[in-house]
Write a protein that binds this ligand. Structure first.
Ligand code: HEC
Length: 188
């Protein structure tokens, strides 16, 4: 009995040590860019403004449904508009991601709410927010307006994932026109 306790203590020490080593890396390289307290507050304000404009939430409008590809989903729907958040007005692009695999546009059109998997949003924030990346604020919401998370448990809102070789910014930086948008190359 005594031996068992000792060995459990040993395992716990190893786990704590591993956590201490892993933590500073995540905190310094990524937490500042997205998923922080300010990002979550801003994401809430953005969702509230989207819901008010009926661009998301229970009263959301619908548009044309079309078949898409990963990572955004099998059927997609897009809104391109202007929105005011905390006193700043900017362009907003909402991409609704529908699934699961195998659904077609007609299935989704017949019952959008039942097929909505995620709401991915790009909002053009004020100058200076992220000069390197055209000041886009990125967010991936679940249908109820809460934020989705990456595998490391970080909430997907803010400069996602600035400096990383995967994620919203890395992939969208390949979009033509250097505006991070695949769908259009408009100036702003
Ligand atoms: C692996 C690449 C990839 C990643 C990662 C990715 N996207 Fe996209 N995204 C695309 C592609 C390709 C399109 C355009 C094609 C389409 O309709 O799916 C697109 C379209 C969009 C659009 C519509 C505007 C446009 O560019 O045409 C929004 C908004 C969007 N993505 C948001 C996000 C957000 C937010 C994230 C991160 C949570 C993200 N994307 C991650 C590839 C990616």
């Amino acid at each position: 009995m005594k031996l068992k306790q000792v060995s459990l203590g040993g395992i716990a020490t190893v786990i704590i040590a591993a956590a201490l080593v892993a933590h500073p890396q995540t905190a310094e390289t990524q937490t500042q860019q997205f998923g922080g307290v300010d990002d979550l507050a801003y994401a809430d304000a953005l969702w509230a403004a989207l819901a008010q404009a009926k661009l998301a939430g229970p009263e959301a409008m619908h548009s044309h449904f079309y078949e898409g590809t990963e990572p955004h989903g099998f059927v997609l729907e897009i809104f391109d508009s202007e929105l005011s958040v905390n006193g700043h007005t900017g362009r907003v692009i909402v991409k609704n991601n529908y699934g699961p695999q195998g659904v077609d546009a007609m299935d989704v059109a017949n019952d959008p709410a039942a097929h909505l998997a995620a709401v991915t949003v790009m909002f053009r924030r004020e100058a200076g927010y992220d000069t390197d990346n055209k000041n886009w604020f990125w967010a991936k919401y679940l249908p109820n307006g809460s934020l989705d998370q990456n595998p490391a448990g970080m909430q997907l809102a803010g400069r996602v994932a600035k400096g990383a070789d995967q994620g919203c910014i890395a992939c969208h930086s390949a979009a033509p026109g250097e505006d991070y948008l695949f769908g259009t190359d408009r100036a702003d």
